[in-house]
Design a binder for this molecule. Sequence first.
Ligand SMILES: Nc1ncnc2c1ncn2[C@@H]1O[C@H](COP(=O)(O)OP(=O)(O)OP(=O)(O)O)[C@@H](O)[C@H]1O
Ligand SMILES: [Mg+2]
Length: 261
Amino acid sequence: MSAQLSEHAAGAPVLKVTGLKKAYGAIQAVGGVSFEVRPGEIFGVIGPNGSGKTTLFNSMLGQITPDAGKIELNGEDVTQLGPLQLNQRGVGRTFQTLQVFGKMTVRDNLIVAAQEHQGTMFSRMFAPGDSGLGARADALIDQFRIRHVADKKAGELSYGQQKLVDIAMAFMSQPALVLLDEPCAGVNPSLVGGISTLLKQLNQNPQLGKHSSFVVIEHNMDFVMDLCHRIMVMVEGTVMAIGTPAEIRANKQVLDAYLGS
Ligand SMILES: Nc1ncnc2c1ncn2[C@@H]1O[C@H](COP(=O)(O)OP(=O)(O)OP(=O)(O)O)[C@@H](O)[C@H]1O
Ligand SMILES: [Mg+2]
């Protein structure tokens, strides 16, 4: 059963993407994608390998400049902005591959993630661990149930635990919009339910997740169907369908092209 969209879901979209295109040579990675993410919404993006999901993310994060189209964040045109500017506007992310610093402790990984957000080298060098960051790291460490490894080097943790650290890092800057690229990839099936529960908590927790909206790419269908309020299906760089989990499950075209395969 999918989560119910909270009352925050009303109102103007947090994210509005219109006609987004990005080609790599002859490959049209994203070929004119449009969708909206509402306040408080958990919006899933599914589709076969190579269907343009990560390219779409990288465009929304300012990592690559799209060839055409528009990206609006809370009504502001952010199409041409870079990653730091988007981060400062409250956009957080996790990557398809792990981005933790293996030689730093779990707790320091979290603190550094927030300092990246705050920006300056000065703050990184002269304010380690304070400005409330330590407390926020500890709250997330407890929420993610990784207290027992908080002082270990991240590189010594299991892949699944590192994945949890990676996700927690994205929440250190208290983002209003979080883009998660395959949070369950490579994770032991026993941990997948835990990640779903955590994301639901963070979506609703006014202290840590403050009415956050999420966009989640994931191949694990049970996870997506359980977690997301709405789902967009991408095939070959275009949008095949957008709908609730029930609508997507019942969509014959989606079944034939993707879910049925
Ligand atoms: N930097 C790049 N240079 C050239 N081609 C690229 C680049 N990045 C992506 N592509 C191509 O664009 C298409 C879309 O790739 P993308 O990584 O966005 O897909 P995806 O849906 O995230 O796939 P997956 O589910 O495997 O992660 C693919 O054909 C890919 O090979
Ligand atoms: Mg990808």
